[in-house]
Design a protein around this ligand. Structure first.
Ligand code: ATP
Length: 210
C-alpha cells in the first residue's frame, strides 16, 4: 500500500475492541489505543492529573498518590455532568497525543493501516477524521458478562453500558461491523476480511489522515 489509511475502531464497552485491534496489529497495522493514551494523560504530575484533582478533590487519589480509577469511574458514570467535566480535561490531551503519534508516523514514511481504538468515537463526533470506521459489537448480555468477569458489580456494569450511545446505532453508522458473538478465531476471520477491504480502499478526501 502506498499511503496511510486511518481506521477508527469503536464499539461498546467490553465488546471486544482491544481483542479485534490485536488482530489488526498482527496483520501489520499500527494500533493506537486512546484508552491507553487517556490513562497516561492522568498519570501523576501531568496537567490533566492536576486538573482532575482540582475538579474532583483529593478523594479520587489512592494512598500512593495515583488516581483511583475505579472510584473516579463510579463518580463519572453516575452523573453525566461529572463525566463531561472529566472528558473536557482528558480529551484534549488524548487528541494531542494521538495527533502527535500520527505526525511521527507520517514523518517516518509509514504506509499502511493505522487503527485508532476510540470507545467514544461517535459520541465525540470524530468519525469524519477516518478513512473508515469499524464497529465491534456484541449482545448487551455479553458486555455485562465480560464486565462482571472483570470484577464489576451488576450496577457498575449497567452504569458503564448506559453511559454510551446504543451499540445498534453505532453499528448502523459503521463502514465495517465485526459481530463478536463468536469464538476468538471467528472474530479474527472477520477482522482479516475487514483488513483486506481497508487495504483496497480508494484514496478519499476530507479527513486528517491525508
Ligand atoms: P473496554 O471497553 O473495556 O476497553 P474492549 O471493547 O476493548 O473493552 P476487550 O478487552 O477486547 O473489549 O474484551 C473484553 C473481554 O472479553 C476480554 O477479557 C476479552 O478477552 C474477552 N473477549 C473478547 N472477545 C471475546 C471472544 N470472542 N470470545 C471470548 N472472550 C472474548
Amino acid at each position: 500500500m502506498d499511503r496511510l489509511i486511518q481506521a477508527g475502531l469503536t464499539g461498546g464497552i467490553a465488546s471486544g475492541k482491544t481483542t479485534a485491534a490485536a488482530t489488526l496489529a498482527a496483520l501489520g497495522a499500527h494500533v493506537m489505543d486512546t484508552d491507553e493514551l487517556a490513562r497516561r494523560a492522568l498519570d501523576p504530575g501531568t496537567p490533566a492529573f492536576e486538573a482532575a484533582v482540582r475538579a474532583f478533590g483529593r478523594e479520587i487519589l489512592k494512598a500512593d498518590g495515583t488516581i483511583d480509577r475505579e472510584r473516579l469511574g463510579d463518580i463519572v458514570f453516575a452523573d453525566a455532568r461529572q463525566r463531561q467535566r472529566l472528558n473536557d480535561i482528558v480529551h484534549p490531551e488524548v487528541r494531542a497525543a494521538w495527533q502527535g503519534e500520527l505526525i511521527e508516523l507520517k514523518r517516518a514514511g509509514w504506509r499502511g493501516v493505522v487503527a485508532v481504538v476510540i470507545p467514544l468515537l461517535y459520541e465525540v463526533g470524530v468519525q469524519d477524521w477516518f478513512d473508515a470506521v469499524i464497529v465491534v459489537g456484541c449482545a448487551e448480555a455479553t458486555q455485562r458478562q465480560r464486565l462482571r468477569a472483570r470484577g464489576l458489580t451488576e450496577a457498575q456494569a449497567g452504569a458503564r453500558i448506559a453511559a454510551q450511545s446504543p451499540l445498534a446505532a453505532k453499528m448502523e453508522r459503521a463502514d465495517f461491523v465485526a459481530w463478536n458473538e463468536c469464538p476468538l478465531a471467528v472474530l479474527e476471520q472477520q477482522m482479516t476480511r475487514i483488513w483486506k477491504r481497508l487495504e483496497s480502499l480508494p484514496p478519499a478526501g476530507g479527513n486528517i489522515s491525508k
